[in-house]
Design a protein around this ligand. Structure first.
Ligand SMILES: Cc1cc2nc3c(=O)[nH]c(=O)nc-3n(C[C@H](O)[C@H](O)[C@H](O)COP(=O)(O)OP(=O)(O)OC[C@H]3O[C@@H](n4cnc5c(N)ncnc54)[C@H](O)[C@@H]3O)c2cc1C
Length: 379
């Protein structure tokens, strides 16, 4: 085994979390660059990252599209469209994000060394430094380690609940989309399965180009053929005879799990999905990982208020055992609460008073039933 040069920081995983942390470390040490090791196995799937922020979003140069309005359609087909001022809904493709980092940012910063390969294990040595053991027998020494490898504990507390996606980037000959409005959830297609709730998500990049996704909250594994069938049924119901050309497909699964393991073990920091940064009830994580990266670099607390985990837990419990009620819960939410307020709540930036106001507009009996179930189970 060969032990290689020493680094100030080692980041395992060059995904959304690892690269945002890399960025923050480089920004914070621009006057006196630190030596950073970035290890990645190359197992990156293509993704579309959306997030909402105000006038000064993160990575403004990488944002490919932004929408100022969002829409929601309930099970009866009633559409609610709303401006989200002062927020905007932003889109960054993983392709562009990775290209920027690997072709511009990393080459411009010689203090970063990239190693392609599998990190197998991280050992803590007696002097408090870390040794990253690679599958090919190489090893690297660093003073700090941030690790985004899969954590088997994610999913442990909420077994078997997933958000599955099946999407298509499509092009039409004639204009069919409203390029100004992104559709967060459309429940208008009748639910056909008892074991999952399904809705549609639309990102219209122009009047003739869009990403349309069938999204499913399910207790089962990925059911590709079923989702493809639902996608086509939705397309026919919405756009009828419109012919489309398929550009590419996008598929993925996010475990909807409440994460309670430590963010740091033996001095090794977990980051990204492995650190529970994906919000269990929504699947959004991009800006959460960004804030977490800033907190790590500035040595601030990474903990979030625990009441949001409790809210997520109630919603997940409803999704799992009262699945059929999800379209009604969402309809009540979007009918009664202004969209910017919903986004602030989902970002976990609301205050307790605003949260009470939101819950008062929801089917409170249903939430109390699931809150009670939670208290009984933790007793
Ligand atoms: C289909 C899909 C769509 C999503 N859309 C959104 C969205 O719109 N908005 C949002 O906020 N969030 C979204 N998310 C959630 C979340 O933002 C992404 O999953 C995000 O990519 C997670 O970042 P990560 O760094 O934890 O993992 P990844 O981005 O998957 O990165 C992990 C990295 O670790 C590397 N790696 C793994 N094991 C090893 C090893 N042993 N050694 C070395 N390297 C290793 C991999 O090669 C990979 O590069 C989406 C998730 C999915 C699945």
């Amino acid at each position: 085994m060969k032990t290689n040069a020493e680094f100030d920081v080692a980041i395992i995983g060059a995904g959304a979390a690892g690269l945002q942390l890399l960025y923050e470390y480089v920004q914070s040490s621009s006057l006196d660059p630190i030596r950073i090791l970035l290890v990645d196995s190359g197992d990156r799937a293509e993704k579309s990252w959306c997030f909402w922020q105000g006038a000064a979003p993160i990575f403004p140069g990488l944002i490919e599209k932004k929408w100022d309005q969002l829409a929601f359609i309930d099970a009866q087909g009633i559409e609610r469209k709303s401006a989200i001022d002062p927020l905007h809904y932003h889109y960054i493709s993983s392709e562009r994000f990775y290209r920027y980092f690997f072709e511009e940012f990393i080459p411009a910063n010689p203090s970063i060394q990239v190693v392609q390969g599998y990190a197998k294990e991280v050992k803590v040595s007696d002097d408090g430094r870390f040794e990253i053991m690679m599958a090919d027998g190489e090893s690297y020494v660093a003073n700090q380690v941030a690790d985004s490898r899969n954590n088997p504990k994610v999913g442990e507390h909420e077994p078997g609940l997933y958000q599955h996606f099946y999407g298509k980037f499509i092009r039409t000959d004639s204009p069919v989309f409203d390029g100004q409005v992104a559709m967060l959830m459309d429940f208008s297609l009748a639910q056909t399965e008892s074991h999952f709730t399904c809705f549609h998500y639309l990102l219209p990049f122009s009047e003739t180009y869009a990403l349309l996704e069938t999204t499913v909250f399910s207790t089962r594994g990925y059911e590709l053929e079923k989702y493809q069938e639902i996608w086509e049924t939705y397309w026919d119901s919405k756009y009828g005879a419109q012919v489309y050309q398929l550009d590419k497909e996008e598929m993925g699964t996010i475990p909807m799990s409440i994460f309670t393991s430590p963010l740091e073990q033996n001095g090794i920091k977990s980051i990204g999905t492995a650190a529970g940064q994906v919000k269990a009830s929504t699947g959004y994580a991009f800006t959460r990982m960004n804030q977490d990266a800033k907190n790590i670099v500035e040595n601030k607390s990474r903990r979030k208020p625990s009441r949001f985990r409790f809210y997520d837990r109630m919603l997940l419990s409803i999704i799992r055992s009262d699945t059929a009620k999800i379209p009604m819960v969402m309809s009540r939410l979007f009918a009664a609460v202004p969209m910017p307020q919903i986004l602030t709540f989902l970002d976990e930036k609301s205050n307790l008073f605003q949260e009470v106001q939101i819950f008062c507009k929801l089917p409170i009996g249903l939430f109390l039933k699931h809150a009670w179930k939670h208290f009984i189970s933790v007793k």
